[in-house]
Ligand binder design. Structure first.
Ligand SMILES: [Zn+2]
Length: 84
């Protein structure tokens, strides 16, 4: 397993070491990925996170629309009952 980050609700960004370099001295000393630089790794992580968050926002917007429709429906029903 290569070094990677996980994102948790409690602690935010958490580094999971996959090599001795990172475990002992930090991500700058990672020896897992000679093909990808530290900066490239950070950027990839960043882009992945942005993509994940965008998908999450889309889901929340869908839910929000659904809830708004439900509220409107309930208000309409409620008003109807009050006038009768
Ligand atoms: Zn590593």
């Amino acid at each position: 397993m290569k070094c990677h980050y996980i994102y948790t609700e409690e602690d935010g960004k958490v580094l999971i070491p996959g090599c001795m370099g990172t475990a002992a001295r930090g991500m700058e000393y990672c020896t897992c990925r000679s093909e990808v630089s530290f900066a490239q790794f950070e950027r990839k992580q960043y882009n992945d996170t942005v993509r994940k968050l965008r998908a999450e926002i889309k889901e929340l917007e869908k839910e929000n629309n659904y809830l708004n429709r439900t509220i409107k429906k309930l208000l309409k029903t409620n008003r109807h009952e009050q006038t009768n």
